[in-house]
Design a protein around this ligand. Structure first.
Ligand code: BGC
Length: 725
């Protein structure tokens, strides 16, 4: 077993400083930050504004102590004032080990963001955020670069798997809880990538064009909710441009929206390589992170030149420093911490629970669950997807080196820092092995699927065919289409033609098209399910787990149903500026389908299970907030979890659709429970003239099993309301 990586220097330093922080225990973070900042020299202030990525491949101008391990981000501290160095790691899906720069260091590889979103469970998000943070802290990190909340605006975005789907309420609430979980462990969190980082193609040159109302009601609302709930220490600004200005130098986004309108007190750090000018500090950027990935260490000498020339006020530098310090103090990363051993077995159980909760049963004609008794002596053929070895993970900076064994790596150079963007990693959790354990009396064989004809010949002789189909997605690239790659559509079609008893399991980071859908009996969406994913998939297939995941994004029939047929910039040379228009405004995803009267392949919120729930007696009332309620009953024979979803469906007779609440609840057979939800008034409002307006009139709500499966409506008459931005 590899020796667990341990930080010693910082731990000792923190222990020594514990006495100092006790002396000012009653002081709030802002006062303490102001006091510390006032004691700093100019050079010490400047030190806090410049971050680097300490990996062997990238030389740096910043002096790094020799025992500093490889990690995503490092910022020097000010030991004489008890300000710790910032040690930042990615992130939301587990603690990463970039380029294996810490040889042998592993971490629990959690399910992807989309799997977490599919669970529709804020408590689970919080526990996941806490679990990853515990590992981060035990390894010496005090900042987790988590909180990815960019909404799905394009189903081809290569990073959608890291995020939380297309709806601002769902994504914002889940991100906020994940951040709360992380920071509750004394680890600072970011929320990222602010904002509209909705495609990877030409991500440094893509200019997202969206009007103010659409921004505030959509993507920005997800960030606003995440910030209100989670109070993240830092906001990471994005690579792209927003309405003509780089996100990290965007005065409107950073100074006006974030710091003025929302009163955000923390600091803005750049994404790694997103800064093109030292003057970004005047637009609200507080810290340049990963500066070797930029053309210059802008927040070093170039910033000093601007200060000397009177173009950056010394006060702005002090404000940036105070923002960093107050956040570090608020989270408590300057307090002593005795390193705890990591209980990887316990954390794997959290990963398993999350993977189970995130699997979405898209179609089932009764083929599932597989009954062990019915399959005794029967021939089960498992095909494709490397299911004999494990489950797929998404690529890029979020890629985790799993704690449960060596992964299988396809492509991507191991010695190249950019390799993490091209390597396909399979985590060692074999669905085939888990199925064999769950169905010991079935004759289970495996075919790679490399040759559809060979697969079909075996399928014809089997009693049941389980096809595993994968689509790898990753940071730095988008999909050109929604099709499964590498002939897998043809493979599924040939297997289904050879054997009508065919079930499909998908591991994808986005919606896909399913030309074979009518010819297969069931479809299971497992996303990228993390290092316990093989077990979780088998548990759902055999009914050991009753699936309860719901889609956090709409599955279109094809790209023609989406606002952008062509992906802006696809195929253009590097560094080509490109505009990305968002004609849908804040009506992305299911709202777009409702507005255009189209039916998707699978709707947002859709997900089947092995029991049946009914919703009855919906009600709506207004007290100090709008409240909605419904009675939920488990009418089936198995315990299971339901996710009743409340939608606003009309205002003064004008149709629209917005998710205004959801609740995950587990019910025994025959059990009935009342659900009540408080509605955030911003979900009822339009953003206009510098604030939110809830128009007076009749509001129509419906509870649904998805955005397309709505129950009876209830109405409420509301007075006009005006809310601050
Ligand atoms: C990603 C960020 C990540 C950072 C540090 C960038 O490529 O966009 O999400 O936190 O790298 O690894």
């Amino acid at each position: 077993m590899p020796r667990p990586f341990r930080m010693s220097g910082l731990t000792l330093l923190l222990a020594a400083l514990a006495g100092a922080s006790v002396a000012h225990a009653a002081e709030d973070a802002d006062t303490k930050a102001a006091r510390t900042e006032a004691q700093m020299t100019h050079a010490e202030r400047m030190r806090l504004l410049l971050g680097v990525m300490p990996v062997a491949a990238l030389p740096t101008q910043v002096e790094i102590p020799p025992d500093t391990p490889a990690m995503a981000g490092y910022v020097a501290g000010v030991p004489r004032l008890g300000v710790p160095a910032q040690w930042a790691t990615d992130a939301g899906l587990g603690v990463t080990n970039p380029n294996q720069g810490r040889p042998g260091d592993v971490a629990t590889a959690m399910p992807s963001g989309l799997a977490l979103a599919s669970a529709f469970d804020p408590d689970l998000a919080q526990r996941l955020g806490a679990t990853v943070a515990q590992e981060a802290r035990a390894k010496g990190f005090n900042i987790l670069l988590g909180g990815g909340v960019n909404l799905t605006l394009d189903p081809r975005n290569g990073r959608n798997f890291e995020y939380l789907g297309e709806d601002p309420w769902l994504a914002g609430v889940l991100a906020g809880h994940a951040i709360r979980g992380t920071q509750g462990e004394g680890v600072a969190s970011t929320i990222k990538h602010f904002a509209l980082n909705a495609q990877e193609t030409l991500r440094l040159y893509a200019d997202a064009v969206m009007d103010e109302a659409a921004l505030r009601e959509g993507e920005l609302l997800a960030f606003q909710l995440g910030i209100e709930i989670g109070q993240p220490a830092s906001v990471m600004c994005a690579y792209n441009l927003v309405n003509g200005h780089k996100a990290c130098g965007n005065d409107h986004l950073l100074n006006t929206v974030l710091k003025r309108d929302w009163g955000y007190k923390g600091w803005v750090m750049s994404d790694w390589g997103a800064v093109t000018d030292a003057g970004f500090i005047n637009a609200g950027l507080d810290q340049q992170a990963g500066s070797q990935l930029d053309r210059q260490a802008w927040f070093g000498a170039p910033l000093q030149q601007l200060i000397d020339a009177g173009k950056v006020a010394p006060d702005r530098v002090s404000d940036a420093v105070r923002r960093i310090l107050r956040s570090l103090y608020a989270v408590g990363i300057d307090t002593a911490y005795a390193p705890q051993p990591i209980d990887y077995a316990a954390n794997a159980r959290v990963a398993l629970e999350a993977a189970r909760a995130g699997i979405v049963l898209l179609k089932n004609d009764g083929a599932l669950p597989l009954a062990a008794s019915a399959l005794e002596g029967k021939r089960v053929l498992v095909v494709g997807g490397s299911a004999d070895f494990g489950v797929l993970a998404g690529g890029g900076s979020s890629q985790v080196t799993p704690s449960n064994g060596a992964p299988r790596v396809v492509g991507g150079r191991a010695d190249d820092i950019m390799g993490m963007f091209t390597r396909q990693v399979f985590l060692p959790s074999s669905p085939l092995a888990a199925l064999r354990a769950a169905l010991p009396k079935a004759q289970i064989s495996f075919q790679s699927g490399y040759s559809p004809e060979v697969g079909a010949a075996h399928a014809a002789k089997a009693d049941l065919v389980l096809v595993f189909a994968n689509k790898w997605e990753g940071e730095g690239q988008d999909s050109g289409s929604l099709a499964l790659p590498q002939g897998q559509d043809a493979l599924i079609a040939q297997l289904a033609a050879a054997n009508p008893n065919t079930v499909v399991v998908l591991q994808t980071g986005n919606p896909i098209t399913m030309p074979w859908l009518a010819d297969v009996r069931a479809v299971v969406q497992a996303w990228y399910p993390g290092q316990e994913g093989g077990q979780a998939v088998a548990d759902v297939l055999v009914g050991q787990v009753n699936p309860s995941g719901r889609l956090p994004m709409s599955f279109p029939h094809d790209l023609a149903q989406t606002p952008r047929g062509a992906l802006p910039g696809l195929g253009l040379p590097p560094r080509t500026p490109v505009q990305v228009p968002y004609p849908e405004g804040s009506d992305a995803g299911y709202r777009w389908f409702a507005r255009t009267g189209q039916a998707p392949l699978f709707a947002f919120g859709h997900g089947l299970g092995y029991t049946a729930f009914s919703h009855s007696q919906p009600w709506a009332r207004q007290g100090d907030a709008v409240e909605l309620g419904v009675s939920v009953r488990n009418d089936g024979a198995r315990a299971g979890a339901d996710v009743p979803q409340a939608y606003l469906v009309a205002r003064n007779g004008q149709q629209l659709q917005r998710l205004v609440g959801f609740r995950k609840l587990t019910l025994e057979p025959g059990q009935q429970q009342q659900v009540s939800l408080r509605v955030d008034p911003r979900l009822l409002a339009d953003y206009s003239a510098g604030g939110w307006t809830v128009p007076a009139g009749r509001y129509t709500f419906a509870f649904g099993k998805s955005a397309s499966a709505l129950g009876p409506t209830v109405e409420l008459t509301l007075p006009a309301m005006r809310l601050k931005p």
